[in-house]
Design a protein around this ligand. Structure first.
Ligand code: HEC
Length: 134
């Protein structure tokens, strides 16, 4: 019985170490606290910044802080746990019916490639995280 208990604790320590290594490895990849298979981790936030400035900033503001015609994306509404990476892709592909704000409809942005969407998602997550939104 005693050996079983000790073995069990040993196994827990091993699991905890593996989790710690995975978590540390994930944050080394540079795109933040999302799980490692998220769109944000597949995208390049530097390329995404260029996409954002060219396509999204007119409404969402430089660095995602919002304008007169679009809401800030650096906002608790859009934290990863509330608006997933998939919802960013859907916004770009389908546009958005107004539901959180009174800015009107977001038009779809069909000129973005799949890679552009991953990149811009990584950028949005990066500026959110820099502002403490996670
Ligand atoms: C013409 C203005 C405009 C442009 C350009 C624009 N958006 Fe939006 N976007 C909006 C508005 C307005 C909303 C808010 C709708 C609401 O919830 O009331 C919004 C909402 C969003 C949302 C939240 C979606 C949701 O599910 O609530 C995301 C994510 C988003 N935009 C991403 C982007 C990205 C990425 C780009 C650039 C590729 C972009 N937007 C370009 C106007 C714009």
């Amino acid at each position: 019985m005693r050996t079983w208990v000790v073995g069990g604790i040993g196994a827990l320590v091993v699991v905890a170490l593996v989790v710690a290594v995975v978590v540390a490895g994930g944050s080394d990849s540079g795109s933040g606290s999302d799980s490692s298979d998220s769109a944000a981790d597949q995208g390049d936030p530097v390329a995404g910044a260029a996409v954002f400035d060219g396509t999204c900033a007119a409404c969402h503001g430089t660095e995602g802080t919002g304008t007169d015609v679009g809401p800030p994306l650096v906002h608790q509404y859009y934290r990863p746990g509330h608006h997933s990476d998939a919802s960013v892709a859907l916004a770009v592909l389908n546009g958005v019916q107004p539901h959180h704000w009174n800015f009107g409809t977001m038009p779809a942005q069909p000129e973005l490639s799949d890679q552009d969407i991953l990149d811009v998602t990584a950028y949005i997550r990066q500026i959110q995280e820099a502002a403490g939104i996670r």
